[in-house]
Write a protein that binds this ligand. Structure first.
Ligand code: NAP
Length: 232
């Protein structure tokens, strides 16, 4: 069975790797990007790819993308909230934390997925697979917190985890599964060159998880890309 998959922040990194992978499996991908196509330029003529500009920090942009997507497809099977930023300066401690960057981070990483779901949830409801994946991070785990700075990024992923938990409660009786997945430390612009794994490896793990049959009543929805459960 092939699926209709929507991926945010698909211009590079994990979002691009996921786009390539789902396309290679025969799925139809709606890849959204903020500024430029970047890597998507290479595959833009693929007939199974629908490209649209969407800034998750801007409600009008999300609404506009929704209207466009709704005019092209009847439903979405798998929605992947991947877009995020990491704006941390690791030299900054609580005394000189950059508040503007913190607001921007929370606006994109936590409220961004909320905006996307406000509009696109109805299309997932009509889908066959009925799966929402919020790309989280180990940085969002409160019980395993080890950092003494990087406030905004970590806070943004904890908030995203809460969004995932609440949404799973809400969508359980609609048969929709929500997963909050830590993709691993990846060699992307965000993760840097010294990271553990390639974005392709993370994408493979997330793809495999997305193909599983999930119990909507299971509250253990926070896991890494290999499916190992994480503690909130
Ligand atoms: N890299 C890691 O080690 C790591 C670890 C744990 C979790 N994660 C998570 O994994 C996901 C992917 O990260 P990555 O490493 O692939 O990051 P990346 O290479 O920096 O790519 C991030 C993507 O998000 C897009 N984006 C940023 N702000 C956006 C906005 N306002 N609206 C729409 N798109 C926006 C970027 O678009 P532009 O090109 O326009 O900037 C880019 O396409 C993120 O959720 C991240 O938090 C990453």
């Amino acid at each position: 069975m092939s699926y209709i998959v929507l991926i945010t922040g698909a211009s590079k990194g994990l979002g691009y790797s996921l786009t390539e992978l789902y396309l290679s499996k025969g799925d139809y991908v709606i890849a959204t990007y903020r500024r430029n196509l970047e890597h998507l330029e290479k595959i833009k003529d693929n007939p199974n790819l629908l490209l649209y500009k969407m800034d998750v920090a801007d409600e009008n942009s999300v609404k506009d993308a929704f209207e466009f997507v709704k005019s092209k497809v009847s439903h979405i099977d798998i929605l992947i909230n991947n877009a995020a930023v990491y704006l941390e300066d690791k030299t900054k401690t609580i005394e000189n934390v950059d508040i503007e960057k913190a607001i921007q981070t929370l606006n994109i990483n936590s409220i961004g997925p909320l905006r996307v779901l406000k509009y696109f949830f109805s299309l997932v409801e009509r889908g066959n697979k009925k799966l929402i994946i919020n790309v989280s991070s180990e940085a969002g785990s409160i019980s395993n917190c080890w950092r003494d700075r990087e406030y905004a990024y970590c806070m943004s992923k904890s908030a995203l985890n809460m969004l995932s938990a609440i949404l799973q409660n809400y969508s359980r009786n609609k048969g929709i599964k929500v997963l909050a997945i830590h993709p691993g430390w990846m060699r992307t612009d965000m993760g840097g060159p010294d990271a553990d794994i390639s974005p392709e490896e993370a994408a493979e793990g997330i793809y495999n998880l997305s193909m599983k049959e999930w119990d909507v009543n299971d509250k253990n929805i926070y896991m890494d890309y290999k499916g190992n459960l994480m503690t909130w």
